[in-house]
Design a protein around this ligand. Sequence first.
Ligand code: TAP
Length: 479
Amino acid sequence: MPTFDYAPAPESRSVVDLSPSYGLFINGEFTEGTGSTFKTVSPATEEVLAEVTEASAADVDAAVAAARAAYTRVWSRMSGTDRGKYLYRIARILQERAREFAVLETLDNGKPIRESRDVDVPLAAAHFFYHAGWADKLDFAGLGTDPRPHGVVGQVIPWNFPLLMLAWKIAPALATGNTVVLKPAETTPLSALLFAEVCQQADLPPGVVNIVTGAGPTGQALVEHGDVDKVAFTGSTGVGKAIARSIAGTRKKATLELGGKAANIVYDDAPVDQAVEGIVNGIFFNQGHVCCAGSRLLVQESIAEEVEARLKRRLETLRVGDPLDKNTDVGAINSREQLDRITELAAAGEAEGAERWSPRCELPSKGFWFAPTVFTGVSQTHRIAQEEIFGPVLSVLTFRTPAEAVAKANNTPYGLSAGVWSEKGSLILWTADRLRAGVVWANTFNKFDPTSPFGGYKESGYGREGGRHGLEAYVRTGA
Ligand code: TAP
C-alpha cells in the first residue's frame, strides 16, 4: 500500500501542435491522398485527436514511385558520408523536439510520459546517431565485399512503440542507401507524421522517406507492391506468416519481427528485491504491450512464496492512470480491440483454474484500462501460459531444477527473449546457452541499445534489428 499520495504532476499538452487532419507524406510533401479517412483517438480518454488519411493502393503506388525515383536519382548515388550527415541531422532534431514527440506519443498511444520521455524518444534518436556512424563505414562492417542497398524498402510497424519502431526501421535502411515507404499502425499514426516534418526540417531529399497511413489493407498493398525490393515487418505472428506467404517466390527479401512469450527465470539464489523490480519492469513496462515482455515468470519452488508476496507488495505501489502525469507507472491499453483481447485471455486463465490477483487500484471511467494482473497456479497447458496476451498480465509457474526451468522456458512456439536471475555467473551462462531465445537478459530485463542485435527464433520471426547484424538485412553483396 502506498504510504502517501502524490500530487498530480501533469505534463503540458501545449508543446504539441495537433492538426485537425493529416494527409500522406509522399515525395517530401503532405498530400491529400485518394482514399477515405479515419480518426485516431487518445486511448486514455477516447478523445478524437485527429483525422488521418487511409492510403489507397493508388497512394501506395505513388509513394513507392517517389521512393524509387529518389533511390535512382539521389540516394543510391550519394556518398555514405553525406547520407550520414542527414542521419545525424535527423537525430539532433529528434533530440531538440524530444518533449513534443514524447507528449504526442503518450497522447496517441496511452503509454506513460515517463516512458515516452525516458525510453522511446531518446532510444529513437540513439538509433539515428548509431546508424549515422555506420553510413560511411559499410565496407568495414564485415558484411562482405561491396555491400549495396536493395532499393525501395516497404516497412510496416505496430502500435506499441510507434516512433521507436520507425527508428529501428528507417535508420538502418537510410544508412545503407535504401529509400523507404513506411506504414505506421492504424491506432498510432501521429508520431510518424511528425517525423515526416522532421524529414522536411532536415532537408532530406524528397522521396527518400515516405509515410502512408492506413490499416491492414494499406500494409498489404505496400508489402505486395511489385516495385518493393525488401519488406521489413514488425507485428503479430499471424500477419507475419501471411506476409511471408504473399512474397514467397518473389525476389523480395524480408525480415519479420513477430510475437513473443518470454520466460523470466528466477533461481533461488537470486537477489530477490532486484528480481522483483525486474519482474515488474519485465511485464508492466508499456502496459505489457511489449513483444519481448517477461510474461511468464518461472520461479524456483523454494522461494516462490517469498517472491510472490514481495511482488504483490510492490504491485500495490504502482500508479495506474493519466499517462500524461509524470508519476504514472502504468498507462492506458492502446485500443478497445486490444483491451477486449486481454480481457478474454484473462477470463480464460480464471476459467482454466489459475488464481487471479490484482492490486487495489481505481481505473478511470473513460478510456481503455486494465489493472495489473498476476496469475498464480498456472500450468503449462493454460492459454495464459501459451498465448501472447500483449497486456499487463503475468503468469507465474514454478520449477525445481535448472533443467526443468529450461524445458519450461523453451516450451513455447515463440523465441524472442528471456531473463535469468541468479548470483552465479556459471548458472546464468549454463541457462542462457540452452534457451531458444534471441535475447537473454541476466539480472536485468527489457534493456535495449542500438548496438545490440534484436530478433527472434521460431515463430518470433527472422532477421535481426540493431547492431552490425541489423545492417545485414539492408544490403546485398556479390553479383
Ligand atoms: P499486427 O496486427 O500484425 O499489425 C502490425 C502492422 O501490420 C500494423 O501496421 C497493421 O496495420 C499492419 N497489418 C495488418 N494486417 C496486415 C497485412 N495483411 N499486411 C500488411 N500489414 C498488415 O500487430 P499489432 O497488433 O499491431 O502488434 C502487436 C504484435 O506485434 C504482437 O504480437 C507483438 O508481439 C508484435 N510485436 C513484435 C515486435 C518485435 S520486435 N518482434 C515488436 C513490437 C510488436 P493496422 O495497425 O491497421 O492493423
